[in-house]
Design a protein around this ligand. Structure first.
Ligand code: CA
Length: 234
């Protein structure tokens, strides 16, 4: 299974009070395809985390008001499990053990190479996706998929999917825009050797369309590609 990091744009929260650094980072991260929110202190970061779906956070240690450690401790206490990459200045003595106990996932010491930061972020997101521990959200149409909770909502109202329907949808999202054969889907989603004429996939696709498509008879998201399989365009 391919990690969806490059396909689903990740929402990133940057908490950094140093204006020029924040600007440089935001520009570069946006160029890399991240959707970037920026806060200059810990309190506003915690407020924003309550209302916005954030996949990964870059958190400066020394901030006005509460520091990065405190922000980390607080967000873990609230049950938020998104990965946190903490930034520290070289002069700051950081007790990594304390930091990890409080819930940071990785550290980077300033000044750092942008390539290093991007690599660390990608690694954190990949780990999150594999372990399904962080918040992973994907929006299409008027629907929102929360991979961590294995939930889907339409304008806030839950849409009930079976676990196989959910896994099938997840596979589609991870391979958005690609044609997936029935064999591929059986293999990845159901995990057994496909019998070439199995109707399992078609039955589940039909039921996903019923639940997700505005007009199931004229699908907009899960497209049939004649003789080849299906393509997700959401
Ligand atoms: Ca700072």
């Amino acid at each position: 299974m391919t990690a969806p990091v490059a396909r689903v744009s990740s929402h990133l929260l940057l908490v950094e009070d140093e204006e020029s650094l924040a600007l440089t980072l935001s520009d570069r991260l946006e160029a890399e395809g991240y959707v970037v929110e920026h806060c200059i202190d810990g309190e506003s970061a915690l407020t924003l985390l309550e209302s916005q779906p954030i996949d990964v956070m870059i958190l400066d240690l020394m901030l006005p008001g509460i520091d990065g450690f405190e922000v980390c401790r607080e967000l873990r206490q609230r049950g938020l499990r998104l990965p946190v990459l903490m930034l520290t200045a070289r002069s700051e003595v950081v007790d990594k053990v304390v930091g990890l106990k409080l819930g940071a996932d990785d550290y980077l010491t300033k000044p750092f190479e942008m390539a290093e930061l991007l690599a660390r972020l990608e690694a954190l997101l990949r780990r999150t996706t594999k372990g399904q521990t962080g918040s992973q959200l994907y929006d299409f149409g008027d629907l929102r998929v929360d991979f961590r909770r294995a939930e889907i909502t339409r304008e806030g109202e839950p849409v009930s999917l079976s676990s196989m329907e959910f896994r099938l949808l997840q596979e589609f999202i991870e391979h958005r825009g690609e044609v997936l054969s029935r064999e591929h889907l059986l293999d990845e989603v159901w995990g057994y050797e496909a019998t070439p004429y199995s109707r399992t996939v078609d039955v589940h696709v039909a039921s996903l369309r019923q639940k997700l498509e505005p007009t199931p008879s004229h699908p907009r998201f899960i497209i049939t590609v004649h003789r080849r399989g299906y393509r997700f365009d959401g």
